[in-house]
Design a protein around this ligand. Structure first.
Ligand SMILES: [Zn+2]
Length: 351
């Protein structure tokens, strides 16, 4: 009985000690003991070219330890996120690099708190990340897919896990696929994560691999009858109701792109596109993949006129050549504007 009382008393004493300790070390007081961080940032250029050697370059000074870690951050759909990190040495720092995602973004330098110096977020700065080429046409040259009146979007806030089925074509197309996916990252801010090979031909819900958001596959017309007469088809395999900041949308959960192997075997008399990104004579596999994946991201065909023909989302491979006469795997201004509306700039898609 008495020992139990002692225990209670001891617990009470410990609790009050703990309270006393926590009162004397509130974060606010610890903050006051730190010196204020001073410094400045010089932004060399406000226009950053994506996917090129001339990206961003900024420098500045910051007070604090001889080597102090710093972050370059951008404001994304989920708040401030890390773009790069560096260390100030003897109070001077530089950030040099490239950033992929097209558009106008808010960026800033953050000096996290150290033992002796306070946290300091330097004033945010607006930069414009632009393509390394001049996209042709007008921003208005695009249309969005709608199903029962609702827009279709993938959730751009998580990486798209993709698999490849190259059984019919081989690994030679890998650089083309890499370039195509990188262009979607540039246009939408979405990241892709390769999760392996598959033998699956996406046709319906039951044919899709688990843990996979996208399959790019090759198949013959006999394996995939919907391919008859088409270089490739896109199929949304799984769709759920979701919402974004503008209201209800269809959330694209799984999608597939299937290329017609009968029309893409190099050297075959039926070959319909060049297995390349760019070609002096006809449409290419790169253009086809960009087009089909554009559907998966929620883009519809452009209008059937000359302006629509200059965009990759034109309904046929009969696209206009560029001014140098070549057919190129590059999004037009309309394609890019459409992708901006379904990408990270439009915020996350929630279930
Ligand atoms: Zn199409």
């Amino acid at each position: 009985m008495s020992s139990r009382r002692t225990t209670h008393a001891l617990i009470a004493l410990l609790t009050s000690l703990f309270l006393a300790v926590s009162v004397t070390s509130t974060p606010a007081e610890a903050q006051q003991q730190r010196k204020q961080t001073r410094g400045s940032v010089t932004w060399v250029t406000d226009t950053w070219v994506s996917g090129s050697g001339t990206g961003y370059s900024l420098s500045g000074t910051v007070s604090g330890a001889r080597k102090r870690p710093l972050l370059l951050q951008y404001k994304g759909a989920q708040g401030w996120q890390r773009l790069a990190r560096t260390k100030a040495v003897d109070n001077a720092f530089t950030f040099n690099g490239t950033w992929d995602w097209y558009g106008t973004h808010k960026v800033r330098v953050l000096a996290p708190a150290t033992r002796r110096h306070s946290r300091r977020a330097f004033e945010a700065h607006r930069v414009n990340v632009v393509p390394s080429y001049t996209a042709r046409g007008l921003a208005g040259d695009h249309n969005l897919l709608r199903f029962n009146g609702l827009r279709e979007r993938v959730n751009p806030c998580q990486p798209i896990r993709y698999k490849l089925n190259l059984d019919d074509i081989g690994d030679g197309v890998l650089p083309i696929i890499d370039s195509v996916l990188f262009q979607f990252t540039q246009a939408t801010g979405v990241r892709f994560k390769y999760v392996g090979r598959t033998h699956t031909i996406p046709q319906g819900r039951r044919t899709m691999d688990r843990g996979t958001d996208l399959i790019i596959a090759w198949a013959s017309q006999s394996e995939r009858p919907a391919l008859a007469g088409a270089v490739a088809v896109s199929q949304i395999v799984k769709l759920d109701l979701g919402r974004d900041r503008k209201g209800r949308v269809w959330s694209v959960k799984q999608t597939g792109v299937t290329v017609n192997s009968d029309l893409t075997v190099p050297g075959s008399p039926n070959q319909a596109v060049d297995i390349a990104l760019d070609s002096p004579s006809r449409a290419t596999l790169g253009m086809t993949l960009l087009h089909e994946l554009g559907h998966g991201f929620g883009l519809a065909h452009t209008d059937r006129n000359e302006a629509g023909r200059a965009q990759l989302m034109y309904f046929s491979t009969d696209n206009l050549p560029w001014s140098n006469g070549w057919f190129r795997s590059l999004f037009g201004a309309g394609d890019l504007a459409g992708l901006r509306k379904v990408g990270l700039a439009a915020g996350c898609v929630r279930d």
